[in-house]
Design a protein around this ligand. Sequence first.
Ligand code: GCO
Ligand code: MG
Length: 403
Amino acid sequence: MKITDIKVIVCSPGRNFTTVKIMTDEGVYGIGDGTVNGRELSVVSYIQDHIAPTLIGKDPLRTEDIWQFLYKGAYWRRGPITMAAIAAIDVALWDIKAKVAGMPLYQLLGGKSRDKVMVYKHVGGIDIPEVVDGVQKMREQGLDAIRAQVSIPGLPPIYGTGPSTDQAAGGMIKPVVAEEVWATHKYMPLVPRLFEALRDAVGWDVHLLHDVHHRLTPIEAARLGKDLEPYRLFWLEDAVPAELQEGFRIIRQHTTQPLAVGEIFNSVYDTTTLIQEQLIDYIRVTAVHAGGVTGIKKIFDFASIYHVKSACHGPMDMSPICMGANVHVDTAINNFGIQEFTGYTKETYDVFKCDWRYDRGYLYPNETPGHGTDFDEELAARYPYQAAYLPVARLEDGSMTSW
Ligand code: GCO
Ligand code: MG
């Protein structure tokens, strides 16, 4: 079997997605997701100009060798664009392999370790009552795990909490860079009050999560972790920017609050201190951003030795192809923790046809051959790329800060 052609298509059915389609001489094709929010076209060039010409004629079933060829062979290792390009190819090749085997992808990863994949969804609001109301509604929709975010009174809504930059709109609604305002001292006392109100309203049977979005320092995160302990969160996410993995030592020394990190990681080397020293509880890498099925399997297997569980990142800024691949990995591995799932717009589901399915708080893999997502190229052509940017954050004095 040989690879005969590799196409890269960017479409924007509600937001931008980068999709790869690999064709073979036997008529079987595979598709992969290469979306990096706000940098979609860089991945196109990486694949089109630098990868595609080197793979024509190769055996598509050699997934590990092709992964190593692209990783080691490039000489310039790691990085979000490189690893998303590798991921797009890798997921498309696993799709081909599973179709050739006549099996759903999870069978090739070890078979089912569980019957259903627990997801969490997001609730944001401008004040605590609005968030409580949203969480109660999500409970009624069957969710057993819910992430809750609230705006800071007196400041404009921040990412994840209000309509202006809400992820329901894809988090990418304007062709300009939105500037948000951040004030740690106003945020810190607010969050425990939010979770106190939530526990009063929805009780203890539900998992509650919170995303700090890299906005604190380690000692601030330690304080917040301690303050949140009475409300027993499932996790505190991205408490600090994690380029400095050692930063988590400080947080860990002070709090028993479970910690999650990893949505911007792209290789196992981003995780070694965090995992080996057991500084985190959940590793949040996802197929598209960490080298595909091959990449995240390596990371989750490494994590399993150190009691760290998986938690694939899964907002709508990765395509349903990545989500489907995640669901197969989630189903197969033993150390699964949770899967983030915000769902997609109707336009996105029209272009990306999914055989995997969501039902009342849980995801289920397809039983058909492959990873279970197909791509309607003709329809995609009706939604051309649109320039769009993620927001940035500044402190009240105007200086840039992490977000
Ligand atoms: C999450 C994330 C996302 C990111 C987004 C950036 O936990 O889902 O924080 O909302 O901000 O993926 O592109
Ligand atoms: Mg996050």
